[in-house]
Every structure is written in C-alpha cells, then in structure tokens.
Write a protein that binds this ligand. Sequence first.
Ligand code: NAI
Length: 209
Amino acid sequence: MEKKDKVSMAAIRRLPKYYRYLKDLIDRDVEKISSKELGDIMGFTASQIRQDLNNFGGFGQQGYGYNVKELYGEVGKILGLDKSYEVVIIGAGNLGQALSNYTNFEKTGFNCKAMFDVNPRLVGMTIRDIKVYDFDDIEGYLETHDVDIAFVCTNKESAQDVASRISNTCKISAIWNFAPTDIVTPEGIVVENVHLIDSLLTVAYRIKD
Ligand code: NAI
C-alpha cells in the first residue's frame, strides 16, 4: 500500500482507529472482514472504509473483503510502525512519570530512553530504569543520542522554551505536547498537541441540559 501525498489529515487521523480495531479482530481470530462489517463495528459507513483504504492503494477483493492480518500489517506500515522510535520525556512530574510507566508505548515501538526535569529533587531519580537528567544537559544528550520524539510534559509556561531548546539541536523529528498551550517549532519538526481538557469540555457540552 502506497502512501499518497494528498491524503487528508482527517483520513490519517482515522488510521489509528483502524489499527486498534484490526488488532482486536486478530485477537478474536477473525481472518477476513467486509467493509460493511468493519464499518458497522467502527461506526463508519462501508463507503467511508473503502474510500479511506483506497487513499493508500486499497486492498480487499470484491466478494472477499479484507484479510484482517494483512490489512493490520499494511495500516501499521502506513503509520510508520514497521520501525521503532527513541523517545525522551521532558518534565518528570505527575504526567511525565505516568507516561514513563506506561509499557504499551514500548510494545508499539516507542522506547523511552531518558527523562529531563529542572527540579533537583527529581533529577537523578530512576523510573522503570529510565533516568531523570537535568534539563540543562538536554542539548548534550540530543547531540550524542538518536532521539526521534520528545514528549513535553512541563507546565504551560515552560513548554515553548523547552520546545525551542530541543528544536535548536535539529536532532528530533517530533514533539508530542501535553502542556495546554500550542507550541511553535521550526519547519520540519512535527508537533502533535494532546489537550486532554478539550476532550473533557466536549463531554461537558454533550451532557449539558
Ligand atoms: P507537574 O507539575 O507534576 O510536572 C511538571 C514538571 O515539569 C515538573 O516536575 C517541573 O519541574 C518540570 N519542568 C518545569 N519547567 C521545566 C523545564 N523548563 N524543563 C524541564 N522540566 C520542567 O505537572 P503534571 O501534572 O505532570 O502536568 C504536566 C503538564 O501536562 C502540564 O502542562 C499539565 O497542564 C498537562 N496535563 C497534565 C495532566 C495530568 O493528568 N497530570 C493531564 C493533561 C495535561
């Protein structure tokens, strides 16, 4: 399956959901599935499923449907999960520690190698074999290690400064930002913001009145 240049961001954002549902199907020993059946369990129409997968070349055969394992592998490849990624976590507070304790990231190929913080009480600690370093050493670390992604888990006020410093080294490819502020980085560094509060506010809207 080929990655097409003009695939909409909305279609790309649906891919992790395909990946998750296909894994569930594999775990339930389902070998093949039609676009209608897949659509029914995912809450999409059959035509949406076909359209999404056609973006990448499509596969599935008329009258047979999709081979679940094959499709799972292909979606994984499109997502870039046929390789692993080195990760650092900046901000070793509540959230940073919770993320470093989450073993599913490793299982998906995201390996956290180090954490960084400015708080001397946290620097030197080890969480699940992951050492917390002084953030002042970040540039040196990035120069000497191949790091793909930085998870930014600092307070809102520090997040932009942190992002600028790690971007300056030009060594990382992406920032996964949890601080509730939209950080700016030089072109070429991907930023994905995770604003959990936005999702919670949507819950509030949906239950009001
Ligand atoms: P926290 O206060 O426990 O941890 C923040 C850590 O960042 C502290 O250890 C602090 O020393 C460190 N820090 C501050 N400036 C730094 C810098 N320049 N370089 C390196 N480290 C620095 O806060 P918490 O709860 O872990 O939250 C972290 C961020 O994630 C916040 O922006 C928060 O709004 C956001 N967030 C937290 C959630 C949670 O469930 N805890 C949920 C959603 C978002």
